[in-house]
Design a protein around this ligand. Sequence first.
Ligand SMILES: Cc1cc2nc3c(=O)[nH]c(=O)nc-3n(C[C@H](O)[C@H](O)[C@H](O)COP(=O)(O)O)c2cc1C
Length: 223
Amino acid sequence: MRLVAIIGSPHGMKGNTAVLLDGVMRGARAAGAEVTLVSLAEYTVQPCNGCEACHITGVCPIRDDFTTIKDAMLAADGVVLASPNYIISVSAQVKALLDRCSGPIHTQAFEGKYAAAVVTSGGGNSEEVEAYMLRALRMMGFTSVGSAGALAWQLLREETRIPLLNAAEALGYALVEAIRAKQAFPDQDEEHRQIRERMQTLVTMRKDHWPFEYEYWMAKTGR
Ligand SMILES: Cc1cc2nc3c(=O)[nH]c(=O)nc-3n(C[C@H](O)[C@H](O)[C@H](O)COP(=O)(O)O)c2cc1C
């Protein structure tokens, strides 16, 4: 069982988000997963330039580390996505990665995989960012298992840090157990059905412009 943990803080594994992500990875490893860490601070993932080549050919022409990271995500059974809260959203590093996944979103390339999110904030609103990240992960096809969030100061004090780390470890454990059991999340079924239908319709409407994605769906649905 393989997981990829992606952290999008410019502080890499030296910041607050890393403390919480480390807890999730500990839980996942204790449950038997092999976890590969990808710190976006050590990679280059440029913003999407909107060229649509991924839809047309299936290949992103930007020469950077995106394809390596995408391939690691595709090879894994699950993903943990971690970000600091930057202005009630994810960091630019995480947003660039999400945007570059436009092609995999159209093809629902991560369908059948599971994911969790991790967020830390200075003052608050972690829940909003967690909800956004989980929704974005479901949009990519992942089944979302849950999230962990904390305020930076809560990680500094032992009495608040310990329960947060316990919850993070439990999330890592739950993610691995969900993958192992191929756990059903019936509350996500309708959302996934709608996203799949939306992507198929979109690609069919644009079939003359996006031949790669059209042929991909034709093959995937056996038509
Ligand atoms: C550019 C920037 C924007 C931020 N925006 C918010 C915000 O909107 N709300 C908040 O509570 N904290 C905000 N913060 C604080 C970070 O979310 C917080 O310090 C986080 O724990 C940093 O994680 P890291 O050490 O892993 O990078 C911001 C920090 C930076 C640098």
